[in-house]
Ligand binder design. Sequence first.
Ligand code: RBZ
Ligand code: NIO
Length: 355
Amino acid sequence: MSVFDQFSFPPVSSCLDPDIQQKIDTKTKPPGSLGVLENIASQLSRIQRTVTPSVSNSQMIVFAADHGVVDQGISAFPQEVTPQMVANFLAGGAAVSVFCEQHGVPLKVVDVGVKADIPPHPLLINAKVAYGSEDFMLRAAMTNQQLEQAMEVGIDQANVAVDSGVELLMFGEMGIGNTCVASCMISALTGMSGAETAGPGTGLNADGISHKANVIQSSLKRAESTLGRSLKDWSIQDVGEQCGGFEIIAMAGAMLQSAKRGVAFVVDGFICTAAYAYAWKVQSNISEYAIFAHQSNETAHQTVLTYLNARPVLSLDLRLGEGSGAILAYPIIKSATVFIARMASFADAGVSDGQ
Ligand SMILES: Cc1cc2ncn([C@H]3O[C@H](COP(=O)(O)O)[C@@H](O)[C@H]3O)c2cc1C
Ligand SMILES: O=C(O)c1cccnc1
């Protein structure tokens, strides 16, 4: 049996919906006036099957891996930055580290395929599938076995978190070159061209972006000829094997398992949205469990969010990744749970409800 065959979970039950809406509408505020917070409160209440949802016990998991396609010159930064940034996460110095510390959210890093040996650390899980993926402009990024193994890494991490009582999972990533990988996967999943999905990533100029778009187009053409079928006939396995990245696939596995176990998760920026799009193609019921943190400045993010019918909480011109946008959205998500659980009702507070 393939790892992909285990995600037939049902949609979230709607049986509490009237109670949830009534709880929100009897709070001391005009109906609908807490806007997006009301949507989040209602989504978390449905998922957790309670009108007092909680995200106090949350966790950030950063998946890290390297990508052979960096050999094509598609990033403004060298590959060594991946393990260097992993060390920075572990030392507590990265953006995601300091924001997680600010909000009391534990962070762990999962090495799914960094092209270096990383010394053991209490916050590091060594789940390396390989020392980086293959250069997908020349050959498949990974084997079917590696694809399944990377999915299993994410599934295991979601299981560990859910078993320990985590109420909200946040995901981040690190991997130089992974905006190119994310763009290529999105092109493969949606049929958009490389020119539509490529962006600056860490800071390519216009020529660099156009080169990146060409690399994506050539890679997709190479893969079509390897597989002997055109893009529209690719399976989800084809997409992962031909142009996936280990951290993106592991994250897709973690998102699917989080949803299957009934736990909401936060989608960070462009790269995490590629992981989500992949997971969504596996099982579209996942959409009810996802909270989109922010709209990244990476060029295609808005288009992909629209394609996925997703509305992000924040728009702060971020273009960092790591899970930084997810943790920045966390206090707002938490406020949604606090208002539905703790705000006074018109009756409690003796406020006239305008009826
Ligand atoms: C110092 C540094 C810290 C980062 N933290 C996240 N990324 C982000 O940039 C990378 C993707 O961009 P590209 O595809 O252009 O390489 C990913 O590792 C992503 O998480 C970083 C990048 C750098 C340079
Ligand atoms: O939005 C993202 O995830 C992103 C954008 C640029 C670089 N790294 C990550």
